[in-house]
Design a binder for this molecule. Structure first.
Ligand code: XUL
Ligand code: CO
Length: 437
């Protein structure tokens, strides 16, 4: 056992003062006909949880994640597997997500890295035996290695492009081997700093080519769910997959929309100047909401702080979108890390408890809002004129043209005022539902 002082984390209810217990996440509780754990398929992120040690631009790491082993060795890679499985089992988390190089130290020779990936995935498979833990999604890290400084799919150099392809192929192989449900493309360095050195069209075309190749190969090895994870900036100034709408436009333009859904990350949506729920809605109405990277940003900082979800309003609005979407094909990956001074393993357990409890609250609140019905009814009534009038029905059925609408307006002479938006009333309903009992 690695985390000797951490017990199995159980549900103790909202009154519990035990820091190592769930207050709201009650895995078997039935919500809208399904277990909470089925609504909320949480995943551990290998990179933050088992890798990140608090290093930032101004200082070295504060957390010891060596697990008593020498860093960047296969021994350490295996210790991370042991720690990860114990961590997930203690929290009742059933999924994990990884980048290729989160699993093993990368060698200069890609063949050596690939051998290491074979070895570690054998070890993970062994660990999976007898547990109900599975891989949610895998991906290739095509942004850390200096060869990707000008991008991966968007690189200027065909040799780098080939290495990106090789990493995608291997990451797909490993994901399939681990029974992974999805493969995510987050375009880490797929963007640019200045047009003075960039051919945007060339880069977009090449990214799409690489994605088509990945889909073709994925289909050959029986792979199903591909996702794009939009982000507007960081590390690049302009990132091509800016937000949900931009990514959807890209997928449609290049004929990839049938093969991809979106993995929406809260902190990425807010960096794009949107709310989390906005990007979820845009993905959802396009039939492309597949998965979520669960975290939150800080409104006072302009970067991707990847904090554990704490904002219950945001989680509530998120869960409303998820429920309306009929759930997710992916799940909720905690792409989140503790703050730099929260540097113990216990802090990381507590962070997951916070995140899981926050989403449980979001789910419970969303259920209440749906059952209450006032918000949904208000929205329905707001647009009622289109369903309750002859002219409105004609618009919806595409049976009227511009001239006919113009003569309708001329006949009416005066425009009836549209109904009030009633935002403050609706917000007070939300507060009443969240805090009323
Ligand atoms: C970076 C980010 C990534 C992706 C996977 O902002 O979110 O960790 O989730 O590459
Ligand atoms: Co992410």
């Amino acid at each position: 056992m690695i985390f000797k002082n951490i017990p199995e984390i159980k549900y103790e209810g909202p009154k519990s003062k035990n820091p190592l217990a769930f207050k709201f996440y009650d895995s078997d509780k039935i919500v809208l006909g399904k277990k909470m754990s089925e609504h909320l398929e949480f995943a551990l992120s290998w990179w933050h949880t088992l890798g990140a040690n608090g290093v930032d631009m101004f200082g070295q790491g504060t957390a010891d994640k060596s697990l008593g082993k020498e860093l960047n060795t296969m021994e350490h890679a295996k210790a991370k597997v042991d720690a990860g499985f114990e961590f997930m089992q203690k929290l009742g988390i059933k999924y994990f997500c990884f980048h290729d190089v989160d699993l093993v130290p990368e060698d200069a020779d890609i063949n050596v890295t690939n051998q290491r990936l074979d070895e570690i995935s054998d070890y993970i498979l062994e660990k999976m035996q007898g547990t109900d833990i599975k891989c949610l999604w895998g991906t290739a890290n095509m942004f850390s290695n200096p060869r990707f400084m000008n991008g991966a799919g968007s690189t200027n150099d065909v040799e780098v492009y080939a290495f990106a392809a090789a990493q995608i192929k291997k990451a797909l192989d490993i994901t399939v081997k681990l029974g992974g449900r999805g493969y995510v493309f987050w375009g880490g360095r797929e963007g640019y700093e200045t047009l003075l050195n960039t051919d945007v069209k060339f880069e977009l075309d090449n990214i799409a080519r690489l994605m088509h190749m990945a889909v073709d190969y994925g289909r050959k090895i029986g792979f199903k769910d591909f996702y794009i994870e939009p982000k507007p900036k960081e590390p690049m100034k302009h990132q091509y997959d800016y937000d949900a709408a931009t990514a959807i436009g890209f997928l449609k333009q290049y004929g990839l929309d049938k093969d991809f859904k979106l993995n929406i990350e809260a902190n990425h949506a807010t960096l794009a100047g949107h709310t989390f729920e906005h990007d979820l809605r845009i993905a959802s109405i396009n039939g492309m909401l597949g998965s979520i990277d669960a975290n939150q940003g800080d409104p006072h900082l302009g970067w991707d702080t990847d904090e554990f979800p704490f904002d219950v309003y945001s989680a509530t609005y998120c869960m409303l979108e998820v429920l309306k979407n009929g759930g997710l094909t992916g799940g909720f990956n905690f792409d989140a890390k503790t703050r730099r001074p929260s540097n113990t393993w216990e802090d990381t357990f507590e962070a997951y408890i916070l995140g899981m409890d926050t989403f449980a609250l979001g789910l419970l609140n969303a259920e209440k809002i749906i059952k209450d019905g006032r918000i949904e009814e208000f929205i329905k009534q707001k647009y009622a004129s289109f369903n309750s009038t002859t002219v409105g029905k004609k618009v919806l059925n595409n049976e009227i043209n511009l001239e006919e609408l113009a003569s309708y307006a001329a006949n009416k002479k005066y425009c009836d005022k549209p109904c009030s938006g009633k935002q403050e009333y609706l917000e007070s309903i939300i507060n009443q539902i969240l805090f009323g009992n």
